[in-house]
Design a protein around this ligand. Structure first.
Ligand SMILES: NC(=O)c1ccc[n+]([C@@H]2O[C@H](COP(=O)([O-])OP(=O)(O)OC[C@H]3O[C@@H](n4cnc5c(N)ncnc54)[C@H](OP(=O)(O)O)[C@@H]3O)[C@@H](O)[C@H]2O)c1
Length: 230
């Protein structure tokens, strides 16, 4: 029996593999049509997970934007937008940030065991703060999310988080969007960091789809035999 959610990784990157610029200004990699596609993918998920650095740097809303899609979810008996999830070792997160302040949904913070009390003091009034282990353990998080009714999890970065899901073999699908420009600055964050990935030159990932969307291209990879599960 499968005791973890279907895990879909979603990321946009430049032609040279960067997911942001090296400056404080957030880099928009996708176009309007692709942002709308991502919104549709979000609407089909039960929860969306991002790393704490993305919470801090991007201050994302992490909501389903389309009113029609929110209404469809409600008609299906769901909350208008998926549960928001983040992971942190230090718990230095702003409770007034948009991740916590927006959306009538649960916000789950999995933190490292040693900072649990601090994290509850800082964030307990805006989120459910949970012990993620020491170090925070993604299989444990996935089992807990599954027990909370999350069947489909979207992981929206950043690279530190994507790297761990991929190297641990915990991803079922990768949706990678390539934007038609270069960042050209090695101080900028990349799609993934160093690691031993299950896919290398001898074991190539299965490309399930390549779709142009305006000036970007969506690459969908099947990373497990659960690929395509709804
Ligand atoms: N283009 C895209 O699609 C996209 C999407 C998302 C993000 N981004 C970009 O990615 C950048 C951020 O990526 P990033 O790699 O620096 O950070 P990240 O993956 O967003 O977050 C890393 C942080 O998450 C926490 N964390 C991750 N794994 C953990 C573990 N096993 N145990 C405990 N805590 C853990 C730690 O938080 P603490 O530091 O709090 O301990 C860590 O510093 C930003 O520039 C953002 O704009 C781009």
């Amino acid at each position: 029996m499968v005791d973890r959610p279907y895990v879909l990784l979603s990321c946009g990157m430049s032609l040279d593999g960067y997911v942001d610029s090296a400056t404080d200004t957030r880099l928009l990699l996708s176009n309007a049509a692709d942002f709308d596609r991502v919104d549709a993918v979000r609407a089909e998920c039960d929860a969306i997970l991002i790393g704490a650095e993305t919470v801090r740097q991007d201050n994302p809303r992490l909501l389903v934007r389309s009113a029609d899609r929110r209404a469809e979810r409600v008609a299906r008996g769901l909350l208008p937008t998926p549960v928001k999830v983040t992971v942190t070792a230090r718990a230095r997160l702003d409770p007034c940030g948009r991740f916590f302040a927006l959306g009538e949904v649960d916000k789950l913070v999995y933190c490292a065991s040693p900072v649990l009390d601090d994290a509850r003091a800082r964030l307990g009034h805006v989120a459910t703060v949970l012990d993620g282990g020491e170090p925070v353990d993604f299989p444990r998080i996935l089992t807990d999310l599954h027990a909370r009714g999350v069947s489909r999890l979207m992981v929206e970065g950043g690279g530190t988080v994507h790297t761990q899901f991929l190297t641990a073999g915990l991803a079922d699908e990768l949706q990678l969007v390539v934007a038609p420009f270069f960042v050209g600055d090695s101080r900028a964050p990349r799609f993934v960091g160093d690691g031993r990935f299950p896919w290398d030159a001898q074991n190539r990932a299965a490309l399930a789809e390549a779709r142009p969307i305006g000036d970007v291209v969506l690459l969908r990879y099947a990373l497990s035999d659960r690929f395509g599960e709804q």
